[in-house]
Design a protein around this ligand. Structure first.
Ligand SMILES: [Zn+2]
Length: 92
């Protein structure tokens, strides 16, 4: 999403967050708070922890068109998004 979109998101809203490392698994999380740095803190139930992220690592919904997001393109080749949708946790 864009910085603009991120600013309009209230705490409690669900978003999808890319892990920082390949293959950039997409996780559902809930926005907890906005940080002064321009990041948001997100609670990731599937990981049991909080993360901070900038707008370029977040989506409002699982994208159907990944062209605009390099992280989605990277993840797509591994099926990470499909695994997320089916509710299975990636093996770590
Ligand atoms: Zn993406």
């Amino acid at each position: 999403m864009t910085d603009e979109e991120l600013r309009t998101i209230e705490p409690g809203v669900g978003v999808f967050w890319h892990e920082p490392n390949p293959p950039y698994h997409l996780w559902f999380g809930v926005v907890v708070s906005h940080e002064p740095t321009g990041e948001v803190s997100i609670s990731i139930p599937g990981r049991g922890r909080l993360v901070r992220a900038r707008s370029d690592r977040l989506h409002r919904e699982v994208p159907t068109d990944a062209v605009a997001c390099p992280l989605c393109q990277a993840g797509r080749t591994t099926g990470a998004v499909d695994r997320h949708r089916s509710g299975q946790s990636p093996t770590e």
